[in-house]
Design a protein around this ligand. Structure first.
Ligand SMILES: [Mg+2]
Length: 310
């Protein structure tokens, strides 16, 4: 199995860009009507600093585990997620992660019982999907490995089969993107049965000439924060613009909804192939930078011999 860290890094940069760009369109920064008009007019958000959110923070945690171990070690990933949250809990985490991640800090291996206990049957939210595109790029040589590693990364926090399916779909899309083979039907065929796969199959039938906001009426825009309400639309916009990250992100933003997360997913998928050099320089300058390996506040974790800079 050949790892592809270069593609994973491209994907991570695109995920962070999508996350930070998408976050600009929430009512905290501009009212929905103004947001929609600005997006339609392709007016770049004027703020000079675009912070990324939980999507990127957790993607960085996965990246650290892959850098260290070359594969998903679930206890170490749980520890790294918990430390990442603890270092900066104000990154816009959802309710479930506010309950789960602090509980994993003293006992990372507790994910085995705590994650399935969330929301009676485990979370089917979009949180496992939003952080996983770089993992798909990393393992892009082997789609079986992509699916298995995506499952492992999801289970630590999202135990519901559809929370896991969302991660498998996005990781698969990112791997296909690296290979220049992004195709919604191919993603659906490798996604476990259920609502996420059904949404992807619906997306196959939505022509790319459709305006994105209309497509989101059929596919969802993440407003319900569920994987099946988020992943089909984000994969559809990525497949609509597989060679143009800027166009992909504008199209994704048109649907508003959980727009940091839909843009993070689309950005991670498309940039796995394109990188972020094609977007306007002002976007790259404004996006909060990513910590390099070994930078930031490295802390010992309760897992012997492991650390996670966060
Ligand atoms: Mg977020």
């Amino acid at each position: 199995m050949n790892a592809n860290p270069g593609a994973a890094r491209r994907s991570l940069e695109g995920l962070a860009l999508g996350d930070a760009f998408g976050e600009r369109w929430f009512p905290l920064f501009r009212e929905p009507l103004q947001a929609y008009n600005d997006i339609r007019a392709r007016r770049t958000p004027e703020e000079l600093r675009w912070h990324w959110t939980d999507d990127t923070a957790l993607a960085l945690a996965i990246q650290r585990v892959l850098d260290e171990h070359g594969t998903v070690d679930q206890d170490r990933l749980a520890a790294c997620f918990a430390l990442t949250f603890d270092a900066d809990p104000g990154r816009g985490y959802g309710h479930g992660m506010h309950m789960l991640l602090p509980a994993l800090l003293p006992e990372p291996e507790g994910w085995r019982t705590l994650a399935p206990g969330l929301f009676e049957g485990g979370s089917l939210g979009n949180g496992a999907a939003m952080r996983v595109a770089p993992l798909g790029a990393w393992f892009s040589d082997d789609l079986e490995v992509v699916a298995r590693q995506a499952e492992l990364s999801a289970e630590v926090t999202h135990a519901h089969p559809q929370g896991i399916a969302g991660a498998v779909a996005v990781a698969t899309a990112a791997a296909l993107s690296v290979r220049g083979e992004l195709d919604i039907r191919a993603v659906a065929e490798r996604t476990p049965e259920g609502a996420v796969r059904e949404g992807l199959l619906r997306a196959v039938g939505v022509p790319f000439a459709t305006e994105p906001w209309k497509a989101s009426d059929l596919l969802g825009n993440g407003q319900r924060i569920r994987a099946d309400d988020t992943v089909p639309f984000a994969v559809w916009t990525a497949a609509r613009h597989p060679e143009d990250l800027e166009a992909a992100l504008w199209a994704t933003a048109e649907a508003l909804g959980d727009v940091d997360t839909t843009c993070a997913i689309t950005g991670g998928i498309v940039a796995a192939r394109t990188g972020v050099e094609g977007v306007p320089a002002s976007w790259r300058e404004r996006r909060e930078s990513l910590p390099g390996r070994g930078q930031g506040r490295a802390r010992r974790t309760p897992v012997a011999g492991s650390w996670c800079g966060a």
